[in-house]
Structure formats: structure tokens, C-alpha cells
Design a protein around this ligand. Structure first.
Ligand SMILES: Nc1ncnc2c1ncn2[C@@H]1O[C@H](COP(=O)(O)OP(=O)(O)OP(=O)(O)O)[C@@H](O)[C@H]1O
Ligand SMILES: O=P(O)(O)OC[C@H]1O[C@H](OP(=O)(O)OP(=O)(O)O)[C@H](O)[C@@H]1O
Ligand SMILES: O=C(O)c1cccnc1
Length: 476
């Protein structure tokens, strides 16, 4: 028996076991008291609707989930707290000795995923599989939401760079995960130093209005910054009078930098009509022979505004995006759920009045079908023992089906844990971002457009449909 002591101030990542909903623990104790602790269970993590009225989700959060599972333990002071809450000694002793021996399969971090297909499956004792629910949902739903938002923003920006400016507007410490997820989704760098430090992602930034206000005049403020950062200087030009003063002062400092053998990196616009000011700024800079000076813009941007600015042919090189990226504007949460699929290898199902909420029973696999060019055609949800199938059926309108025999098939779920043993090196955000980029390239543009994206096919196999229908009949 081992007692794990800890500093009460340690972060959530060091205290994962109580980072959960109370009912997970009351149910776990219930299974224990009922003598069911060695029952086996499997759960599926999936979501029902794409956020942002979009056509896909980028799966993120797997590496944080792995870090949490690696640190999973009930600490002495947490057990004392649970004892004071009325949990029983024999159960607390069980928790004290609990080692997670779960088997987990998941999509790769950065994978492009779609509604209803399981993205992560957990198998283990009923207690360990149940008590991971809240952790899994909390981490995967949020990071996948923000990675998806980031992918949309990057899709609108195309080859133009995007920086994450969101920490100050993020939902508290969620900003740490948000900046990491933003990188996975395709944002190039972050202003968030903690995230950059912790996750090894590029840190970057410009300057605030306060820097300029703090000096006697704008030109002095620009000169001082350029003196200290001659090779990494982006001047904020809109504090007083963008066209009459900000850009002319930036041009003066750029010339002084040239004389000293350096180059001004850019200017930033943060207010007004960004297309108009960017055009005017480009003209003034070019006339001064400063065509290498980049134009950055910010101010409540998102994918739709970036698309609009580029449609207006605004000569913008770099977008700084804060609030609307890290808060997942305008879809506050991904609706991912964690549903019981089997107990002791017996398939289980949750029936709902709403047919779309009836779950898919049994141990399953997910296959992705691609055409001869390697473009994604659709996903199939199959029973684990199914062959790769010839037909997938619409989950609610079985008459609608697709012939997938001619497509190539690849599994989407890969082994992450086998009986508690980690099977992979957790991916870095940069690796996951590269994977997301590669996979998004295989998703046809009609699924990526912002207005009424084409719905990607996710079907179920005949065997899975038969099993579901039999169970529904049995439960009637
Ligand atoms: N050319 C443009 N086309 C579409 N949207 C734009 C354009 N220029 C700016 N915007 C957006 O319009 C909104 C302008 O908001 P608002 O009027 O509050 O800004 P502002 O008054 O110029 O700046 P602030 O209030 O920060 O001083 C921002 O979200 C901005 O990104
Ligand atoms: O608009 P967002 O997408 O959220 O991007 C972040 C915003 O945060 C900063 O403004 P803030 O007024 O906080 O500070 P500043 O003085 O540096 O402009 C920055 O100038 C952006 O406008
Ligand atoms: O570096 C910047 O320009 C920055 C950082 C945070 C928020 N807004 C801007």
C-alpha cells in the first residue's frame, strides 16, 4: 500500500484523480460495494455535432490526457478529503492502491474527425473506465474545439501567418490548453509564454499601446524599441493618428534601422478599417522603398473577418487573433460524450426518445475510406470483428447507403495504452500540427467551406446496425 503525499498547491495535471465530477466517485464506490470492481467495461468518446456550423473537427488533447494518466494517483490529502465526505474506508484503500490498467485506442492527435465516429475507446475495469470520463471529456472537448477553430482561421488566412494573442481573453487557465490547441490547428506562434515554454511551441509578439503612451512622443517610443530589438521590431502605428503620424514615424525608424544595418520587421494596425489602412500603409511603405516591411493586423478577428479582409485584397501579411480563437467563438463547447458500449463483453446501448441520441453498442473500430487520389470519401463505424465491409449505411436512414468496396480503407483508432502500458511517444504540438495539416489536405474543400459545408459521410456496418436494432427490440 502506498500513500502519495503532495503539495496542495500542485497543478491540476498533478492532481488528476480529483479533477472529476463527484458522481464518478459515487458510482465507482457503488460498483465497488456491489462486488463489481472486476467487471470489464468499454466506453466510446465521440461528438454529435460539428462546432461553428462547420464540416469537421480536429482531434486534440491526447498528449495532455496521456500526461494526466501517467500522473494518475489519489494523494493522501485527497483521500482524507473523500473520507470527510463520507466515502468508506475500504473503498478509499482500494483507490489508494489503484493503478490504471486501461487499454485505450484513439485517433492520432491532429486527425480530422467527424460526428458519431468513436475517436477514443477505453476498456478496463468498470471503475477505472468510469472514473476517467470527466477528465477525458474536459480535456478532449476543449482542445478539439480550439484546434478546430484554429484550423478554420488558418484555412481563411492561407499562406498568411497567424499569431495567437488570446491569453488575456481566455477562460482563465484554459488559456494554457487553448494556445497549445491553436498550434495543433495550424496557428504559427503564440504570445502565451507559459504555453510556449511548457509545450515547446514558438513564442512571438509585438508591443502594446502602453509602450507608446509611456513615452513623450510616438517617435521616441518607436526608436527605443528599435534600439533594443533591431531585428525583431513590429511597431504599433495606431495609437494617435495612423496615417498622419504612425506610419510616417515607422518609416523614419525603418530608415534609421537600415542605416544601422538592420530591417524593420513590420507595423501593426489594431483599429479602424483594416483593409483601408493596410492599403494606405502599403502604399506609404512602398513609396519609401520599404517593401520588405510586413503589415500585421489585429482587432477581434476570426475566420470570417480574415476571409473578408483577404477578399477585399487587403495587403496584410500577418493576422493576430485573440478572443475569438481561444474562446471558440461562437460555439462555446464541443458536445463530446463518453458512452458505455459493453459490460463484460456484452454490448450495451442507451435508447433515447431522440433516435439520433441512441448509442452504438459493442466493441467497435472506425475505418476511413479514401478515393484513388487519396482524398477522404467517408468513415465507417464497424464492429471490431467485422471485415472492412462493402457497404456503409446511414445510422438513422438505413436505406441510404454507400458502396465503399472500391475505396482504400485505413483504421482511425490506434493503440495508445495496452493494459496500462503506454504504447506511443506522446506527440508534440508541432508534430500534431504537421499531421493535422497533412490530413486537412485530404479533406475536400466542400467540407471546409464556412457556409453550409457538405456533410461528410459517416456510416455504420450492416452487422453493427443489426446488433443495435436487436438490442433496441430487446429493451422495448
Ligand atoms: N475592412 C474591414 N472589413 C471587415 N471588417 C473589418 C474591416 N476593418 C475592420 N474590421 C473589423 O470590424 C471590427 C471593428 O470594430 P470596432 O469598430 O469596434 O473597431 P475600432 O473602433 O476601429 O477599434 P477600437 O474599438 O479597438 O478602437 C473589428 O472586428 C475589425 O476586425
Ligand atoms: O482583439 P483580439 O482578437 O482579442 O486580439 C487581442 C487584442 O489584445 C490587444 O488589445 P488590448 O487592448 O488588450 O491591448 P493593447 O493596448 O496592446 O492594444 C491587442 O491589441 C488586440 O487588439
Ligand atoms: O504581441 C502582441 O502584439 C499582442 C499580444 C497579446 C495581445 N495582443 C497583442
Amino acid at each position: 500500500m502506498s500513500l502519495v503525499t503532495s503539495n496542495p498547491k500542485t497543478s491540476v495535471l498533478q492532481r488528476p484523480a480529483i479533477y472529476t465530477d463527484y458522481y464518478e466517485l459515487t458510482m465507482a464506490q457503488g460498483y465497488f460495494l456491489a462486488g463489481r470492481k472486476d467487471d470489464r467495461a468499454s466506453f466510446d468518446y465521440f461528438f454529435r455535432d460539428n462546432p461553428f456550423d462547420g464540416g469537421y473537427v480536429i482531434f486534440a488533447g491526447l498528449s495532455d490526457l496521456i500526461e494526466i494518466i501517467e500522473n494518475y494517483a489519489f494523494h493522501e490529502d485527497e483521500l482524507a478529503y473523500l473520507r470527510a465526505q463520507g466515502f468508506r474506508d475500504e473503498f478509499l484503500h482500494y483507490l489508494q492502491d489503484l493503478e490504471l490498467n486501461v487499454t485505450i485506442q484513439a485517433a492520432k492527435e491532429g486527425e480530422v474527425v467527424f460526428p458519431r465516429a468513436p475517436i477514443l475507446r477505453v476498456e478496463g475495469s468498470i471503475i477505472e473506465a468510469q472514473i476517467l470520463e470527466t477528465l477525458i471529456l474536459n480535456i478532449l472537448n476543449f482542445e478539439s474545439l480550439i484546434a478546430t477553430k484554429a484550423a478554420r482561421i488558418k484555412y481563411a488566412a492561407g499562406d498568411h501567418k497567424v499569431l495567437d494573442f488570446g491569453l488575456r481573453r481566455a477562460q482563465g487557465f484554459g488559456g494554457i490548453q487553448a494556445s497549445k490547441a491553436a498550434i495543433i490547428g495550424g496557428i504559427e506562434a503564440t504570445s502565451n509564454v507559459y504555453s510556449a515554454f511548457k509545450h515547446g511551441i514558438p513564442a512571438s509578439g509585438t508591443m502594446a499601446h502602453s509602450w507608446i503612451q509611456s513615452f513623450e512622443d510616438e517617435l521616441t517610443a518607436f526608436r527605443k524599441y528599435a534600439e533594443y530589438y533591431p531585428d525583431n521590431c513590429i511597431l504599433l502605428v495606431d495609437t494617435y493618428d495612423t496615417l498622419g503620424q504612425g506610419i510616417p514615424n515607422a518609416i523614419e525608424v525603418a530608415r534609421e534601422l537600415e542605416e544601422a544595418g538592420h530591417q524593420l520587421k513590420g507595423i501593426r494596425l489594431d483599429s479602424g478599417d483594416l483593409a483601408y489602412f493596410a492599403r494606405k500603409a502599403r502604399q506609404q511603405l512602398d513609396q519609401a522603398g520599404l517593401d520588405y516591411v510586413k503589415i500585421a493586423v489585429s482587432n477581434q478577428l476570426d475566420e470570417r473577418l480574415i476571409k473578408s479582409l483577404l477578399n477585399q485584397r487587403a495587403p496584410i501579411d500577418l493576422f493576430g487573433v485573440g478572443t475569438r480563437l481561444v474562446t471558440g467563438y461562437e460555439s462555446p463547447a464541443l458536445d463530446g460524450v463518453y458512452k458505455l458500449a459493453s459490460i463484460n463483453d456484452e454490448p450495451k446501448l442507451k435508447v433515447s426518445e431522440n433516435v439520433e441520441k441512441t448509442t452504438l453498442p459493442g466493441n467497435k473500430k472506425v475505418m476511413r475510406y479514401s478515393d484513388a487520389e487519396g482524398m477522404f470519401y467517408g468513415d465507417g463505424i464497424l464492429l471490431a470483428e467485422d471485415d472492412d465491409g462493402k457497404t456503409i449505411h446511414h445510422p438513422f436512414y438505413p436505406a441510404k447507403h454507400a458502396d465503399i468496396a472500391s475505396f482504400s480503407a485505413e483504421p482511425i483508432l490506434h493503440s495508445v495504452y495496452k493494459n496500462g502500458n503506454l504504447q506511443i511517444d506522446p506527440p508534440t504540438p508541432i508534430e500534431s500540427a504537421a499531421y493535422a495539416r497533412k490530413r486537412l489536405d485530404k479533406l475536400n474543400a466542400e467540407h471546409k467551406r464556412f457556409e453550409n459545408p457538405h456533410i461528410y459521410k459517416v456510416g455504420i456496418s450492416q452487422k453493427l446496425m443489426d446488433l443495435r436494432d436487436q438490442l433496441i427490440e430487446k429493451l422495448k
